[in-house]
Design a binder for this molecule. Structure first.
Ligand SMILES: NC(=O)c1ccc[n+]([C@@H]2O[C@H](COP(=O)([O-])OP(=O)(O)OC[C@H]3O[C@@H](n4cnc5c(N)ncnc54)[C@H](O)[C@@H]3O)[C@@H](O)[C@H]2O)c1
Length: 394
């Protein structure tokens, strides 16, 4: 079987796919890198890789089988649909879509073309997430009742260029009023809960903080646009909490905040079942923790010391992807997630199978952006999660 010939579109985050592809030569060959800014391409051209500035050239290139889209968020849906219509398989960065209309168009195009579409939700492919997935599959958690997924990444610097002007993320924060980045939290949580595999999301509601941090940051770095020092110029709140209930009665709590000043945090997850609990709070402890009734200490009352490192159970509950490919993945990056994403994408194409994180998973997690917008615009009223974007036949 010939390797899939890929083009990477967007040379920032896209570089991780270029690197991971080099570790999968039997499956993939990096053929082309596309970026609208010529200066982003120089490094790749120097390495002898073909480069183009215009995405249209990628679409028209008969030597490209698949594209890895890593451009600014608002371009994802249109570029994914255009690539599918041009006969290319698509791996797209997060989130997959920005509006429900885009979601419907993407789903229809995937169904009409029969090509592979996958959203690169790398958090789902991290080893602890998949150990937990395997524990759930083998009944360790019992009935799942509650889950948390938070994305708390203090990165106000990403809103500004070194000169203090707004980047595309900065413009998003200034102009948009919704949860802009739900998938790192809700992608893994939805997989754990079996959403699109018998479970569905029913309703969401989003509450918000006031809007302060981005304006304070603009003043602190002395942005040349002094209007940005005024919080009223920014639409996106500093933080928001989205609450979701599922058909079977599980509650999900998802907090997003990536501008408030504080020490580096990151993703935070909690999963509660009737028999076990999982906690990964990377803000205070890089080590994921587990407590399993009947296996962990059952001293009463349970104390923080009752948690055990997930690692203690990792080899017993290793997910097949990690059992087979973990060593190779960890040679590419310390977490190995990008290698796993790209491998799963390539194997889905070659074997005509569903990737671990399929198009319905992409749409379910990404739809939280437009649905949170509806909720926020109605003063945090609950809104229904449409069934058409979820897989109700599984
Ligand atoms: N999964 C993750 O952990 C993760 C991490 C970082 C970024 N991301 C996602 O990756 C995407 C890119 O983020 P980034 O940090 O690399 O941004 P970035 O601004 O650093 O890079 C985006 C690149 O896209 C290029 N670009 C813009 N419009 C283009 C077009 N029409 N055609 C071709 N190239 C175009 C820009 O010139 C730029 O080089 C975003 O969607 C972001 O959400 C995901």
């Amino acid at each position: 079987m010939k390797p899939i010939r890929i083009a990477v579109v967007g040379a920032g985050r896209g570089a991780v796919y270029a690197r991971a592809a080099a570790a999968l030569p039997e499956l993939l060959r990096l053929e082309l890198i596309c970026d609208a800014q010529p200066q982003a391409l120089a490094h790749w051209r120097d390495q002898g890789i073909r480069t183009v500035e215009d995405f249209q050239h990628v679409l028209e290139d008969p030597d490209i089988d698949a594209v890895c889209i890593a451009t600014p968020i608002l371009l994802h849906a249109a570029q994914s649909v255009a690539a599918l219509k041009a006969g290319k398989h698509v791996l797209c960065e997060v989130p997959a879509v920005w509006t429900l209309d885009e979601g419907r168009q993407l789903l229809e195009t995937v169904q009409q073309t029969g090509l592979t579409y996958m959203m690169a939700e790398n958090c789902c492919y991290c080893r602890p997430m998949l150990v937990v997935q395997e524990m759930i599959r083998r009944g360790v958690f019992g009935e799942l009742t509650y889950a948390e997924g938070d994305y708390l990444s203090p990165a106000p610097g990403l809103l500004f260029t070194p000169e203090g002007d707004l980047t595309w993320r900065g413009r998003l924060y200034r102009d948009e009023f919704c949860n802009t980045y739900p998938t790192h939290s809700l992608g893994p949580v939805c997989l754990w809960l079996g959403v699109n595999r018998g479970e569905t999301l029913e309703r969401i509601a989003t509450w918000r903080t006031k809007t302060q941090a981005a304006a304070h940051y603009a003043r602190r770095i002395q942005s040349p646009d002094e209007a940005l020092y005024d919080p009223a110029q920014w639409r996106l709140p500093d933080g928001m909490v989205t609450v979701i209930n599922t058909h079977s009665g599980t509650l999900i709590n998802h907090r997003l905040d990536w501008v408030s000043p504080r020490p580096a945090v990151g993703n935070r997850y909690l999963l509660q079942g009737t028999n076990a609990a999982f906690l990964w709070d990377r803000s205070v402890n890089p080590e994921p923790l587990i407590w399993i009734s009947g296996r962990s200490a059952e001293n009463a009352p349970l104390t923080p010391a009752s948690w055990e490192p997930l690692e203690k159970y990792a080899s017993e509950f290793e997910h097949p992807l990690w059992r087979e490919h973990g060593a190779a993945a960890l040679k590419v990056s310390p977490v190995g997630d990008d290698y796993m994403v790209l491998r799963d994408f390539a194997e889905a194409i070659l074997e005509r199978s569903e990737p671990l994180f399929n198009v319905h998973d992409a749409l379910t997690a990404s739809a939280i952006s437009p649905l949170s917008r509806q909720s926020l615009e109605q003063n945090s009223a609950p809104v229904e999660v449409p069934l058409w974007l979820q897989n109700t036949n599984a």
